[in-house]
Write a protein that binds this ligand. Sequence first.
Ligand SMILES: Nc1nc2c(ncn2[C@@H]2O[C@H](COP(=O)(O)OP(=O)(O)OP(=O)(O)O)[C@@H](O)[C@H]2O)c(=O)[nH]1
Ligand SMILES: [Zn+2]
Length: 312
Amino acid sequence: MWSVKAEKKGIVLERRKGVVVRFGSRNMEVVDAETGGRLICTMPGRFRLQGIRPIVGDRVEYALSGDGQGRIESILPRKTELLRPRISNIEQILLVLSLKEPAVQNLITDRFLVLAEYAKLPVTIVVNKIDLINNEELDRFSDVYGEHYEICPVSSKNRINLDRLREVLKGKISVMAGMSGVGKSSLLNSLNPGLKLRVSEISRGLERGRHTTSYVELLQFEFGGLIADTPGFANLELPVIAPENLDKCFPEISQEQGMCAFSDCVHVDEPGCYVKELVEAGSIHRSRYESYLIMYNELKEREQEKGGRKYG
Ligand SMILES: Nc1nc2c(ncn2[C@@H]2O[C@H](COP(=O)(O)OP(=O)(O)OP(=O)(O)O)[C@@H](O)[C@H]2O)c(=O)[nH]1
Ligand SMILES: [Zn+2]
């Protein structure tokens, strides 16, 4: 068959598709879209000339040669692009939090959610450490967030509900977000023991780009699916949102669009504000509205600092 000759010459055997999962200084590692196998790929010289720079998460077409290596031929259009970490084609955010040790802070949760909404990424809220809480505590949390976000209660320690979380992750490219200490690393390890270890063993031959400051890689779950090894939104600073557009990042407010007396109502102190009525009636949760006001004021102040220059 082809093997001896082709292996020697690196003859192209097949054109295939895959996802870039990490970079070395001169090459990159790609997971094949069909088989899930990993291989090292090089980049054609013309990419540099053409200013084409692949990033982690890119879906690529590559040519597989007889020596088991690949050569990237093209990068498929990016569906999404996250800046920190720099990663493309993320399909969802897992917002990991705990209700105890540490106790969740509503404002921080709401900031994460605004960042995810702004990035137009679906969110699953993973409530970890449910071994530490009772049903009522979980219900109280679900009452605030359950209508607009999928909630997946788990215990990484006691291995509760991990299969459901695996279903959420399966076949997708995900990134985790969440405060320090909520159990993100523990969770990755419970979902797929040895995840990080195995990955670095497999690709020891791949030289790390030593001078890259923000190094990110996608870890591959055995059950299928990729996840960034670096939490997303580590920096909770709000993006450049025009204050009057903040309501679009709160699903319970944006779904009432057009219901307020003034069409440009920002739901702060206008008369006839339907959103405020819903807050009074208890159908929009007060803590969510309070977070909205805090972030609104923050954005407003920032806008004024910029000399009233409008953006967004
Ligand atoms: N009781 C309980 N403790 C847990 C659970 N999951 C994780 N922990 C503990 O919570 C602490 C923090 O866990 P980590 O996995 O390091 O949290 P992290 O989110 O990765 O933290 P950073 O690396 O700082 O971002 C550790 O002491 C874990 O043992 C759980 O389900 N139940
Ligand atoms: Zn209003």
